[in-house]
Write a protein that binds this ligand. Structure first.
Ligand code: UDP
Length: 345
């Protein structure tokens, strides 16, 4: 891994962002995390903050609470800026449509400007959602996608597509050295309980003995990547000379109904599967073609679903245990169309 001296991570207190911060600090970087804590949380970076207090990571981590759409109140120098800030769970971004568009547009502009001022490399966390409901399967980076520009999901999908366009414009103008990663569905410890995403919902429902809510008939597919693999892929791209975009995800495809059954088996839960209406424009299938990541980055995922599920369930068992001090468990988290659970911006 390249040794990055000082790195700014927007959204660094979120699910993927906090694991990236762990990896960067662990590799010796100083990390300045900027997060408005609307979907991220202080507890995700508690170990990094405590280690700082105890001198463990030598003061190499700091958390600045700010909404990057309004500006990024940090001082350089930075040699890399990683832009992850955004709601990523469908119920959350559907409940915060304007904030999601703002962070994808103004937030990305601010992060690119910061990178430009510092001469830092810029990495954009883009998404498989740029492919929409894909007509090409598995999805290659050369596929332009099938997004409904006026559908409810467009606030996220189009914001990310705009972020890619903006980043490439900066790159082509020679203002910033850009890397674009398209992140596919990712799971693992710190995926907020009941944040609306499928594995978070199913795991918490199974462990709590509640019905498992499958949307539609469950025949839609996803391909789930364990967070350690995702972070390794993102960092391999950051370290490389590849602008991208590059898909980083696990190509092991599974239907949502199969996933529900796997979670029930892995937990030994007595929960029953119940079927709920499918959200509007829910993609029918999704699977990354990762030939580019394999060839150009030498990256491929290592953790299969069985192992990743075990590790993730261990995390949920711990934080759901009675008396857990994590403070992460909100009994009534968001469902599709519910109001968002995060703090207002
Ligand atoms: N899903 C489901 N039940 C849930 C949450 C999600 O059946 O409680 C489905 C959802 O409709 C979608 C898939 O699981 O087809 C993945 O949803 P998620 O919100 O995790 O992410 P997406 O890939 O849609 O952005």
């Amino acid at each position: 891994m390249v040794s990055w001296k000082r790195v700014c991570v927007t959204g660094g207190a979120g699910f993927v962002g906090s694991h990236l911060c762990d990896a960067l600090v662990g590799a010796g970087s100083e990390v300045v995390c900027v997060d408005d804590l609307s979907s991220g949380s202080r507890s995700n970076v508690a170990a990094l903050l405590e280690a700082r207090g105890a001198g463990g990571s030598g003061g190499r981590f700091s958390l600045i609470e700010a909404d990057v759409a309004g500006g990024i109140p940090v001082e350089g120098p930075f040699d890399a800026v990683l832009h992850l800030a955004s709601a990523a769970s469908p119920p959350e971004y559907l409940a915060r449509p304007l904030e999601t568009l703002a962070v994808g547009s103004s937030g990305t502009l601010n992060a690119l400007d910061l990178a430009g001022r510092c001469g830092a490399r810029f990495l954009l966390a883009s998404t498989s959602e740029v492919y929409g409901d894909p007509a090409v399967h598995p999805q290659t980076e050369s596929y332009w996608g099938n997004v409904n520009p006026v559908g409810p999901r467009s606030v996220y999908d189009e914001a990310k597509r705009f972020s890619e366009a903006l980043s490439m414009a900066y790159h082509r103008l020679g203002k910033v050295d850009v890397r674009i990663v398209r992140i596919f569905n990712t799971y693992g410890p710190r995926l907020r309980p009941r944040d609306g995403r499928v594995l978070s919902n199913f795991a918490v429902q199974a462990l709590s003995g509640e019905p498992i809510t499958v949307y539609g008939d469950g025949s839609q597919t996803r391909s789930l990547c364990y967070v350690d693999d995702e972070v390794a892929g993102i960092l391999a791209l950051l370290d490389s000379d590849v602008t991208g975009p590059v898909n980083i995800g696990n190509p092991a495809e599974i239907t949502v109904l199969e996933l529900a059954r796997k979670v029930i088996d892995a937990t030994g839960s007595a929960s029953q599967i119940v079927f709920r209406p499918i959200p509007e424009d829910d993609p029918t299938r999704r699977c990354p073609d990762i030939a580019r990541a394999r060839e150009l980055l030498g990256w491929s995922p290592r953790v299969d679903l069985e192992e990743g599920l075990e590790r993730t369930l261990a995390y949920y068992r711990e934080i759901l245990a009675p008396g857990s001090a994590s403070g992460l468990f909100a009994p009534d988290g968001p469902g599709p169309g519910d109001k968002q659970a995060g703090a207002p911006r």
